[in-house]
Design a protein around this ligand. Structure first.
Ligand SMILES: [Zn+2]
Length: 257
């Protein structure tokens, strides 16, 4: 009797399961380029790539450049495979079966379980694993299967090399900082270095908007020695070594000039 009841219930469940429509597939996240807002990168696809739809990204002097989350999600892998395959890689779970992979990283800036939003720096471009030179190997997957990469819903170029410009987290493209010189005014230069013309000064304690950052002359200031320069206006640069930004090094999400 007990067995008969069980079979009836099982049959009923099966019937219900058959009648219900399949759950609709979740819409794909809006993926952005895995680099900070405003940056342009060369993305290459090729038929002999593994997996086939992965994109390899490069730009000049890209070793150590920040890599950012291409959509919000939860970091579910921060793995170092050593000298093989992906080397140091991060995987982000975006829900709905969608994941993204960021491989050959130089280092990690996130840990497993961490929630990330657009533009979050997850690591830096490197050449770890089975890589012959610095680049970012990037993949989008659905239910574990490699899918053709899309940015803002637009298909990447298959096959070939194309320049892509990031609009990832562009809503927060400016940073801010406070000049700290212990009294004296800080010289503003026309370019990112002490060799550029002095075009003005900013007083100690001034709050500045930072539109972008770049590498220039190394300067020793209040916050140590740094070659980072902050662009605070058109043709106006100050040495980051004298600016309190809350970041040690480049400010996440503020673009490179
Ligand atoms: Zn690759």
């Amino acid at each position: 009797m007990g067995k008969r009841w069980f079979s009836l219930i099982a049959a009923g469940l099966l019937a219900v399961g058959t009648l219900l429509p399949a759950a609709p597939a979740m819409a794909a996240p809006t993926f952005k380029l895995p680099f900070p807002c405003g940056q342009s990168w060369s993305g290459q696809t090729r038929t002999d790539h593994s997996p086939a739809y992965a994109v390899d990204f490069n730009r000049t002097d890209d070793l150590g450049d920040p890599v950012v989350a291409s959509a919000p999600g939860t970091v579910d892998r921060v793995t170092d495979l050593g000298g093989t395959s992906y080397g140091k890689y991060v995987r982000i779970d975006h829900g709905g079966g969608y994941t993204t992979y960021y491989a050959h990283l130089n280092g990690f800036n996130v840990s497993v379980g961490q929630s990330v939003g657009y533009g979050k720096v997850i690591g830096w471009v490197g050449s770890t694993g089975g890589s012959s030179g610095p680049h970012l190997h990037y993949e989008q997957r659905l239910n574990g299967a490699d899918i053709q990469v899309r940015f803002n819903g637009s298909l990447a170029l298959y096959w070939g090399t194309k320049s892509y410009t990031s609009d990832n987290n562009c809503s927060s493209t400016t940073g801010s900082g406070t000049v700290n010189t212990s009294g004296t005014a800080l010289t503003v230069r026309s370019g990112p270095g002490t060799g550029y013309d002095a075009v003005g000064t900013v007083a100690d304690g001034t709050r500045v908007t930072i539109y972008c950052q770049t590498s220039g002359t190394s300067v020793t200031g209040t916050y140590g020695t740094s070659s980072i320069w902050d662009r605070i206006g058109t043709g106006r640069y100050i040495a980051d070594a004298y600016v309190y930004t809350g970041s040690d090094g480049y400010i996440p999400n503020v673009p490179r000039c």
